[in-house]
Design a protein around this ligand. Structure first.
Ligand SMILES: Cc1cc2nc3c(=O)[nH]c(=O)nc-3n(C[C@H](O)[C@H](O)[C@H](O)COP(=O)(O)O)c2cc1C
Length: 249
């Protein structure tokens, strides 16, 4: 167990050494991670482990060729799995009703929780991890590469390996930014100024603004990194994909 500073010292790791993570360690960590809370103890998830160069290569394009996919020891795709529960019901004289939004939300929560629990356990074991949100952007391609059946949705991917970098702290908003005592205390232009001032004053933030030829850091997020057009496009694709695999949204 690492010491108290683990919680603030942890970093996302995107570059890894050649040292492989053993199958036994991966299995042990997943077994431990499965003790994360789960909806009704149903464990509405599956994890696909991609280890060979071919398996990782098959996923790379769907993650926009982020180098950590082919550069890590193992790629773990954490999937919301409503298929296994459905099949269990079918062979046990129960009528499964899991092909809907409410069940998907439960499965996405279960999947996110085991993924984060695994992330913590891996870091505690000296490993580096990077989460890939591109998983839901290109869910259909990932599902095809992994042979996912109906009712199984890729939610989040973790690249795992021994670290070959020590990134700087990229900071967080002050805790006052997200704590509300008793009732939600809505933000004003003045409180936004105060809560975001440290983030905006960082050298890396200023560099982002300059490199992207923008006026504010918020514009970098809204215009460049997460533009409305992309958000809407990937939303449509994802809903169509969910419907195609039997989840009625
Ligand atoms: C849901 C989610 C999706 C993410 N997607 C990516 C990604 O596609 N590529 C990447 O390099 N990092 C990704 N990250 C990592 C974040 O960029 C990182 O956690 C954040 O910048 C804070 O850095 P830190 O984890 O080192 O504190 C993702 C993190 C989360 C939680």
């Amino acid at each position: 167990m690492k010491n108290e500073s683990y919680w603030t010292d942890r970093r996302t790791i995107r570059r890894y050494s050649d040292r492989p993570v053993s199958d036994a360690l991966l299995k042990d960590m997943l077994q431990k991670a499965a003790h994360a809370p789960t909806t009704g103890n149903m464990q509405l998830y599956s994890v696909i482990i991609s280890r060979t160069a071919e398996e990782k290569h098959a996923l790379a394009a769907a993650h926009f060729n982020q180098p950590q996919v082919e550069g890590c020891s193992a790629v773990l795709t954490f999937c919301a799995d409503l298929n296994r529960m459905t099949r269990w019901c079918q062979v046990r004289k129960a009528d499964p009703g899991f092909d809907n939004l409410q069940s998907l939300i439960a499965a996405i929560l279960d999947t996110s929780l085991i993924a984060q629990q695994f992330n913590t356990i891996a870091e505690q074991n000296g490993l580096g991890v990077c989460m890939l949100g591109t998983t839901t952007y290109n869910a259909p391609q990932i599902a095809k590469a992994l042979g996912l059946p109906s009712l199984v949705v890729p939610v989040i991917t973790l690249t795992v390996g021994y670290p070959a970098e020590s990134p700087e702290d990229c900071g967080r908003l002050p805790v006052e930014a997200f704590i509300h005592n008793g009732r939600y205390n809505d933000y004003t232009p003045e409180s936004i100024d105060k809560l975001y001032s440290e983030k905006e004053a960082r050298e890396d933030s200023k560099r982002f603004v300059e490199e992207n030829d923008k006026e504010t850091l918020a514009q970098v997020f809204a215009d460049v990194r997460y533009p409305r057009s992309n958000n809407e496009h990937f939303s449509t694709t994802f809903i169509e994909y969910l419907n195609s695999i039997g989840i009625k949204i």
